[in-house]
Design a protein around this ligand. Structure first.
Ligand code: HEM
Length: 491
């Protein structure tokens, strides 16, 4: 267990003697890639313990690297730690002044949107989407088998991004992109990529360092870039999608939310940002999670074989692929899936929360306005929680068949997944992701062997330490894989 003494010692520590400006930039730039092998926050945790405070420009930040402390502060005190720090793009331009779900102040409007999202993403609502998810899993499997045959490999991230985009596009708007060359896919990927890049913490240094805002504008995206992107590109495209969805015959989120508009006091702009949030929150997160998993599996043919045995045993008995409700039959596959998510977290910094009211934690005042970051990267390496946390251990979760929605909401002793965030801001898409991941895993592994690309006939294993910093998300930078049709496939 962590000790309170540690907290007392470290809360007032300053990370180094650098100036505020260089310290802030240094933190952002080096957090993910770090100096040498370790992200800067991790280095500071090892020097200063599980919780420390830094001043990022004008703003105090508390960085938490211990699951118990994160639970105390972000879950137990969730009523006053569910804010979001202001971010020029995410809160102002992107969210049209704090509308929607992801980067909004936790006010009445956010509560309405959050309740609507929870309804639309509830197990019952997700159950209605399962056939569509299965169909997308089957289509993408065909595409990656064909791509491997024709070109020798496929870009796993691009392929998974197409599939996850299609699932959320059908859910929200009732439409899908036919292939990676479909203009709809191009447009949506461009909007998502730009938005996630503009959402990165280092794109808003002027909020933290107002005195240097003129100088910082030379180095970060300008307000003009943000404004032009939102008003000239993103909004017109989303208005068109919303309009068409209201007119087509699908039973999609747009229609549902328009039905709830009046009783929740929502305006058209609230609905637009809600839709943007859904598309952005669901597409790359799930695609990167799948990509990391398949890249990891390409290193472990024996692990793949064990997963395939589980799936084949089921198919032999039932003559069909399993559905999510039959997941109890797949303890090993679920364990590997959860371990992959832990081993390579898609949002390693998590999203920051903010304190909305002064409160005391173990004798220390945490003032209103303090930003809080529970770094998933560090939590996933907690030695109190995990044996050999730096190792990929496929059996780690073997005795834990809980659905992700249960694991992430468990109490601090039994919670074992940190990738979906915390407290009142915890990801409302957990269950949808769980069902989606299950359907992709069973379909792809029942059909294909996942292998590294070849160079002169020799396998070139993807480097699992090579990252692509997408802004908020961190994905693999080496994404070539071969999906080779299994000669012994049963379906
Ligand atoms: C593997 C896939 C996913 C991962 C790892 C993931 C992770 C996260 C994380 C870390 C947060 C921030 C939580 C916090 O602030 O403490 C979040 C928020 C959110 N996620 Fe997800 N997510 C995933 C999939 C999805 C899907 C499929 C949807 C919707 C269909 C979704 C919708 C959202 C929304 C709307 C929020 C903002 C919630 C709020 O601020 O109130 N996510 N997600």
């Amino acid at each position: 267990m962590h000790t309170l003494i540690k907290y007392r010692e470290y809360i007032n520590c300053k990370p180094d003697n650098a100036t505020t400006f260089s310290r802030s930039c240094y933190l952002y730039e080096t957090f993910i890639f770090g100096v040498g092998e370790r992200p800067q926050m991790q280095v500071w945790h090892s020097k200063m313990g599980p919780i420390y405070r830094i001043k990022m420009g004008v703003k105090p930040w508390i960085i938490i690297g211990d699951p118990y402390i994160a639970n105390d502060i972000l879950k137990v005190k969730g009523a006053i730690t569910a804010g979001r720090p202001f971010h020029l793009y995410m809160s102002h331009y992107g969210a049209l002044d704090e509308r929607g779900l992801v980067f909004t102040y936790p006010d009445k409007r956010w509560k309405s949107c959050r309740a609507i999202a929870q309804g639309l993403l509830s197990p019952k609502a997700v159950a209605d989407k399962v056939e569509m998810m299965q169909s997308e899993a089957a289509k993408i499997t065909e595409l990656i088998l064909k791509g491997t045959k024709e070109s020798g490999y496929v870009d796993v991230f691009k392929s998974m991004q197409l599939a996850t985009l299609n699932i959320i596009m059908q859910t929200c708007f009732g439409i899908r992109a036919k292939s990676l060359d479909d203009p709809l896919a191009h447009t949506m990927f461009d909007l998502i990529d730009t938005s996630i890049k503009l959402s990165a913490p280092d794109q808003d240094m002027q909020t933290f360092l107002p005195a240097l805002s003129g100088l910082l504008r030379l180095f970060t995206s300008s307000e003009n870039t943000m404004r032009d992107f939102v008003y000239k590109k993103r909004n017109p495209e989303f208005w068109r999608l919303i309009q068409e969805a209201r007119e087509n015959d699908s039973d999609c989120f747009v229609k549902n939310i328009y039905r709830l508009k009046e009783e929740n006091g929502l305006e058209d702009d609230d609905i637009l940002v809600f839709m943007v949030d859904m598309i952005e929150a669901a597409t790359d997160t799930t695609a990167i999670t799948l990509s990391w998993s398949f890249l990891i599996l390409s290193h472990y043919p024996d692990v793949q074989l064990k997963v395939q045995n589980e799936i084949d045993t089921f198919i032999t008995k039932h003559n069909r692929l399993p559905v999510y409700e039959e997941r109890e039959n797949f303890p090993f596959m679920l364990s590997v899936q959860k371990e992959s998510m832990r081993y390579r977290a898609v949002i390693p910094m998590n999203l920051p929360h903010e304190v909305t009211k002064d409160f005391e934690y173990n004798g220390y005042l945490i003032p209103k306005g303090t930003a809080i970051l529970a770094s998933t990267y560090t939590l996933n390496l907690s030695e109190e929680f995990y044996d050999n946390p730096r190792e990929f251990i496929p059996e780690r979760y073997l005795y834990d068949k809980r659905p992700l929605s249960v694991s992430v909401n468990a109490n601090s002793q039994t919670r074992d997944q940190f990738v979906f965030g915390w407290g009142r801001r915890i990801c409302p898409g957990v269950h949808m992701s769980d069902v989606e991941l299950f359907n992709f895993w069973v379909r792809i592994l029942a059909t294909a062997r996942i292998e590294p690309p070849l160079l002169n006939g020799q396998p070139v294993y993807p480097d699992l330490n090579a990252y692509h910093d997408g802004g908020l998300t961190v994905g693999p930078s080496e994404t070539k894989l071969r999906f080779v049709e299994r000669h012994d496939r049963l379906i």
